[in-house]
Design a protein around this ligand. Structure first.
Ligand SMILES: [Zn+2]
Length: 421
């Protein structure tokens, strides 16, 4: 707030609006008196900001409340549908877009397969999804969040690297902004999924949550003390490359015994094929593939496990045990309240989660386990898209005009006419 030239009043006004906006959204119904108490701001400042929000339609007055003492107070109600945001994600070759309200609740959804696997195909799929949903919005859209299965620069503008997709240094946010004229922010999909679980997951309110995606890769997203954690160069959350078996298989990163080599989709499929080969007698997987072991896939392993097949269950338990070892280390380090496990492997539920919990209980410190819950994702496949919408909502102060006052207009061409001036 203190700039080189002294106090920056515009910046301060902006921060005050952000504080009040967050309180209105959190409490849904409140009063000016409560906002003064909760924010620590002066009565005059709160009144001025409330008037602006009333004018812009973010809140409305919905009656009066009579306290035990003193004058009756007008109840202010937050309207989550006053503005909308878009969230997009890529899983495999499927691009999903949601149109969400100001609490990140998805109101509309669109999903499509990408034509190819280049960054241009991804931009094309996101834009097609957004063009489909945009006409459904009758209020301004504030921006677009994108969850990518890649590394992303700390500013949330560029894909820095994706080994499986073969992408390197792609200015994804610029490409989308050029096409849609909507402010855009990008982040790794597991990171935004963690935000999605905090904003919309069916968990007790928590400020400390660890989300783990277990699929073709293994990535974590951390919300610590209420904020998404990126690390100094944006790479925090690379759980797949934590060493869990010192002399284990060689990983693509050059290390041996990374969690990725023991619990990712390819690792599970590889182990299932070996086990079927070693197993004596007929097994579920051998029968389903007529003995062609190359046809064993993760969905088939999950199907076999659900049918009670021992080979599949042992394979999943082994992978879950390694995941539990990795998680026990992370839990000791950051002490989350909730660990949410998502991705295709976790979709089977307790057959995978229970051995994870068992291993965590064996290894993590008692105090860290005291209040800990390890649960499946309730948002499922959409966690990243919902979280990408939440990413925009967490960063509204970076979007010109979103909640900074009527002296700025949104950059959104179709939205400017809706903004009170
Ligand atoms: Zn590795």
């Amino acid at each position: 707030m203190i700039s080189g030239n002294g106090l920056n009043l515009a910046r301060m006004k902006h921060l005050n609006r952000d504080v009040i906006f967050r309180l209105l959204r959190e409490y849904q119904q409140t009063t000016r008196t409560a906002l003064v108490r909760l924010s620590g701001l002066s009565k005059a400042t709160v009144s001025e900001i409330v008037e602006t929000f009333l004018r812009e339609g973010f809140i409305r007055e919905v009656g009066k409340q009579q306290p035990a003492r003193g004058r009756s107070q007008v109840i202010l109600e937050f309207d989550p549908m006053a503005r909308l945001v878009l969230g997009a994600q890529l899983v495999g070759s499927t691009c999903t877009v949601v149109l969400a309200d100001l609490t990140a609740q998805p109101r509309h959804r669109s999903s499509r397969l990408m034509r190819g696997m280049t960054p241009e195909d991804f931009v094309e799929a996101i834009c097609a999804g957004i063009e489909e949903l945009r006409p459904l919005a009758d209020v301004p859209i504030l921006g677009v969040g994108v969850g990518t299965p890649t590394s992303v620069d700390p500013a949330g503008r560029r894909v820095t690297l994706s080994v499986p997709y073969g992408w390197r240094d792609v200015p994804l946010a610029n490409l989308i902004e050029d096409r849609l004229a909507l402010p855009t922010l990008i982040a790794n999909r597991a990171k935004v999924a963690a935000l999605g679980e905090v904003w919309q997951g069916a968990h007790d309110e928590t400020d400390n949550l660890l989300y783990v995606y277990v699929g073709n890769g293994i990535m974590a997203g951390l919300v610590l003390n209420g904020s998404l954690y990126f690390g100094s160069s944006g790479t925090a959350g690379e759980l797949g490359h934590m060493t869990v078996l010192p002399d284990g298989p060689l990983c693509g990163c050059g290390n041996h015994g990374c969690l990725h080599t023991l619990a990712s989709e390819s690792a599970i499929v590889h182990r299932a094929r070996s086990r079927v080969r070693e197993a004596e007698g007929r097994t579920y997987l051998a029968e389903r593939t007529d003995g062609v072991l190359g046809e064993i896939t993760l969905p088939l392993v999950l199907e076999a496990a659900a049918a009670g097949d021992q080979v599949a269950l042992e394979t999943l338990t082994e992978a879950a045990t390694y995941l539990g070892i990795a998680l026990a280390n992370v839990i000791n380090l950051v002490n989350p309240r909730i660990v949410v496990v998502g991705g295709p492997t976790a979709s089977i539920g307790e057959a995978f989660l229970e051995p994870v919990r068992h291993e965590v209980r064996r290894r993590a410190l008692g105090d860290a386990l005291h209040d800990l819950a390890i649960v499946p994702s309730v948002l499922g496949d959409d966690a990243g898209a919902i979280g990408a919408a939440a990413l925009v909502l967490e960063n509204l102060e970076t979007i010109p005009g979103a909640v900074t006052g009527s002296d700025h207009l949104l950059r959104v061409p179709t939205a400017t006419s809706h903004v009170a001036s």
